[in-house]
Design a protein around this ligand. Structure first.
Ligand code: HAM
Length: 417
């Protein structure tokens, strides 16, 4: 009997070929967009003290209650594979005294995260997020800029049927007051609620808006809305965020029932969905977390940010119009003795900034031309002993030229595109 094969764990995947290309394109777009807007790249550890997420994300959230990969190290300390990036970034902000820098401190990341969820299309146990956090300012322009950047990124990645839902949760105090009102309303209507919602009236009443249970949905239709109870300050802040988004022509819908699955949010919250995704329609989301830094031991510091799922962006997008296998020139060998001349040419082409590849598989000349075609090469240089035939793969034109003029000819050809 043969040895059993080992497979990747449930909810995980290998990144291969074209997917690696698309991811690289997304990363390049995100870097150019976010760094252009003053965001600096940050990397935090793949695991953190469990306490960070319990305190930061919230004990009552699904993430902390049932989705964390938690383990003990040899000395019995509880560690958790990061389920999200905001709490770690705020931890780093406090740990490195970033309040001393010019505010807001803007940080972006593209990293993998871990949640023990039921795996299905678009929902994985290890997934990637691109995220951006701006910490240290409560100016509504930071909110509007943050949201606009994600809208732009999704646009650049060709994400289809995007909708932006927007709301405000107010300050922690408004929320606490509202929570009591909502809890009272839910208790009066308890009999019509799902068991899950009933159990969480005390712990997390807001999640009742998220329920798909028919009876609960009916009850929630007439429930008091947080958006109607905002303090004057919060209402004004929210009005300004909306006015700025209008000024930037970013389309949004106000959704007073928008609840995000993490506890740290205050004031602005938002979510981008794509109807092209089906059940897992959330492409990215975020909001303000004006109390989080303080909760993690820092001084009171406002913050706002978002994260978007890399897999979902690629599922719902066109990959950012990547030309697969972008090869400027493929060097084919006309006889084995051409190898050294071609190798010298390969080096010269790459030094000149061309994306060049040469034959490495011992194929016949015909096989090499087929291979170059499959790579999508723009030019093929068929290198012989003394001279080279340069073939333009777009129009089929060929010319015989000296081997040391090939790089120049390709550069000239590409520029006239
Ligand atoms: P989140 O809504 O939990 O927010 O996740 C953001 C995005 O990550 C989702 O919209 C989705 O695209 C993707 N995502 C989440 N879970 C999975 C999964 N199991 N498989 C595939 N993709 C997934 C946060 O994580 C917050 N930290 C966002 C934030 C940043 N808020 C403020 N700053």
């Amino acid at each position: 009997m043969s040895t059993p094969k080992i497979k990747a764990p449930r909810g995980t995947f290998d990144v291969l070929g074209e997917q690696a290309q698309e991811r690289a394109t997304l990363e390049a777009r995100a870097r150019s967009l976010l760094e252009g807007a003053g965001y600096e790249r940050i990397e935090t550890p793949a695991f953190e003290a469990t306490e960070l997420f319990a305190r930061g994300v919230g004990e009552s959230t699904d993430i902390v209650r049932k989705e964390m990969f938690t383990f003990e190290d040899a000395s019995g300390r509880s560690l958790t594979l990061r389920p999200e990036g905001t709490a770690p970034v705020c931890r780093a902000y406090v740990e490195h005294g970033m309040h001393k820098r010019r505010q807001p401190v803007k940080l972006w990341y593209l990293s993998s995260f871990f949640r023990h969820e039921r795996a299905q299309a678009g929902r994985y146990r290890q997934f990637w997020q691109v995220g951006a956090e701006a910490i240290g300012s409560d100016d509504p322009a930071v909110d509007a800029e943050s949201i606009t950047l994600l809208a732009t990124l999704l646009g650049e990645m060709g994400v289809r049927e995007v909708r932006l839902r927007l709301s405000s949760l107010g300050s922690a105090a408004t929320r606490a007051e509202y929570r009591e009102k909502l809890q009272a309303y839910l208790r009066v209507n308890e009999a019509r609620l799902s068991e899950d919602v009933r159990e969480r009236i005390e712990l997390n009443a807001l999640r009742a808006f998220d329920s798909s249970h028919e009876g609960t949905r009916e009850v929630m239709r007439d429930a008091p809305r947080l958006l109607d109870q905002l303090s004057a300050d919060d209402a004004e802040h929210f009005a300004e965020v909306r006015a700025l988004l209008d000024a930037a022509s970013v389309a949004y819908e106000i959704d007073p029932t928008l609840v995000r699955g993490l506890d740290y949010y205050t004031r602005t919250v938002f979510e981008f969905t794509s109807d092209a995704l089906g059940a897992q329609s959330g492409v990215g989301g975020g909001g303000r977390y004006d109390g989080l830094v303080e909760q993690l031991g820092g001084r009171p510091t406002p913050g706002i940010g978002w994260a978007a799922g890399v897999e979902r962006i690629l599922l719902a997008g066109d990959g950012g119009h990547v030309a697969t296998a972008p090869v400027d020139v493929f060097l084919a060998l006309d006889g084995a003795h051409a190898r050294r001349a071609a190798f010298g040419l390969l080096e010269a082409a790459r030094s000149a900034g061309l994306r060049a590849q040469m034959e490495l598989g011992g194929r016949s000349l015909k096989g090499q031309l087929g291979y170059a075609d499959a790579l999508g090469a723009r030019y093929v240089a068929i290198v012989a002993d003394g001279e080279t035939v340069l073939k333009d793969m777009q129009d089929g034109a060929q010319e015989r030229i000296a081997t040391d003029t090939v790089v120049h000819a390709v550069l000239r050809g590409l520029r006239t595109l």
